[in-house]
Design a protein around this ligand. Structure first.
Ligand code: ADP
Ligand code: ADP
Ligand code: ZN
Length: 228
């Protein structure tokens, strides 16, 4: 590989954290600031469910129950998306990997294209905050901007600040019962990835209990350091 390849190699950022940690919120801010693309496996799976593809049909019940969709399905979806041309500048992986099998598959995929992980940022929140965040979450159906009943209200109630549309949606899996299963899946299968990335020297821990914009500033500081 030449020096030029290294300089133009797309940035790869991973956002780790339990449901409600703020991964999607911060990924959108990074997308706007750096021109990287947010790849949310949750969004890709919800699109597959809505389109009624074979992967979507297999994933639907698991997602509704708050479990993890099979590694095989998620890895295939992510691999296809990563190959699209808009990923050339950099990607923010939001909600992937979530198991050690996925983490190893990602390493193999990146090795094929001579890429590496710049940073795996672990957004750390306590369980009570995460339940409150998920319970009050809703999203603009027009542009996907995320809002919260108490913590991030649009300037005009019911109207999206970003696109001006007034159709908002809530996820069927953002219920108290499902959140308990999702949190359990996080602690059992995803939290171990924190030490996986620490061993690779790419881990950045970030206290995600504070204000959305202050966390955004801290994220940019970490990303500037990891992509310099
Ligand atoms: P994740 O993608 O990790 O599941 P989201 O980014 O969707 O999390 O955030 C979950 C909910 O919490 C959303 O309603 C969002 O507006 C809100 N939220 C995100 N970050 C914060 C924060 N730092 N403080 C308070 N609420 C937040
Ligand atoms: P959150 O940010 O609130 O954790 P996501 O939108 O990332 O939610 O994911 C919603 C659901 O989609 C998960 O509960 C799980 O069923 C499925 N899912 C998303 N990403 C993955 C993944 N990498 N591996 C397995 N299942 C996934
Ligand atoms: Zn909108």
């Amino acid at each position: 590989m030449t020096d030029t390849d290294v300089l133009t190699r797309p940035a790869v950022l991973i956002l780790l954290g339990p449901p409600g940690a703020g991964k999607g919120t911060q990924a959108r801010k990074l997308e706007t600031h750096y021109g990287f693309v947010q790849l949310s496996t949750g969004d890709l799976l919800r699109a597959a469910v809505a389109a009624g593809t074979a992967a979507g049909l297999a994933a639907k019940a698991v997602m509704e129950a708050g479990g993890l969709v099979s590694d095989e399905i998620v890895i295939a979806i992510l691999r296809d998306r990563l190959a699209e041309p808009d990923c050339a500048k950099g990607v923010i992986l939001d909600g992937f990997p979530r198991t050690s099998v996925q983490a190893e598959a990602l390493d193999a995929l990146l090795a094929e294209t001579g890429q590496r992980i710049n940073a795996a940022i672990s957004l750390e929140v306590d369980d009570a905050a995460m339940v409150a965040r998920v319970a009050g979450r809703y999203t603009c159906a027009g542009c996907g901007e995320g809002y919260h009943d108490d913590f991030k209200k649009p300037r005009v109630s019911g109207t999206c600040d970003v696109c001006g549309k007034s159709e908002m949606s809530r996820r069927p899996d953002d219920t108290a019962e499902t959140v308990a299963s999702r949190l359990e899946a996080y602690h059992a299968q995803t939290a171990p990835l924190i030490s996986y990335y620490a061993q690779k020297n790419v881990l950045q821990r970030l206290d995600a209990m504070g204000d959305i914009n202050e966390i955004g500033t801290e994220m940019r500081r970490l990303v500037d350091g990891a992509t310099a």
